[in-house]
Design a protein around this ligand. Structure first.
Ligand SMILES: [Cu+2]
Length: 116
């Protein structure tokens, strides 16, 4: 009598385990952090104004063959000098408006608007 019971328990445990794994996978998919991209081309931040939700990671990629930087006006973030193809990422935790510019070409500006 103990043997079939044990077998059933084992199958039950396996079922619970696989269900838990599926749940974890779906949780991970749902919890994928939001992301946004801004490309830098021809001395311009493409999408000069980007609206994102709090927690979004914004990644800038320099597509120019000229170095650029991404520097926040209020000192929140500051990239190193980005050569061609280099990237810089920053995660915006709080809501607000975040203006930024290129310190090498200050006429290059953009704004990230973080809104829940
Ligand atoms: Cu620049």
């Amino acid at each position: 009598m103990t043997r079939p019971f044990k077998l059933l328990t084992f199958q039950g445990a396996a079922l619970v385990a696989s269900a838990l794994m599926m749940l974890t996978v779906s949780e991970m998919t749902r919890a994928a952090p939001p992301a946004a991209a801004v490309s830098i081309d021809n001395f311009t931040f493409k999408s000069p104004v980007v609206m994102v939700k709090p927690g979004t990671t914004v990644t800038w990629t320099n597509g120019d063959d000229i170095p650029h930087t991404v520097v926040s006006k209020d000192g929140l973030f500051k990239s190193k000098v980005l050569d061609t193809g280099d990237r810089f990422s920053f995660t915006f935790a709080k809501a607000g408006q975040f203006g930024y510019f290129c310190s090498l070409h200050p006429h290059m500006t953009g704004t990230i608007i973080v809104k829940a």
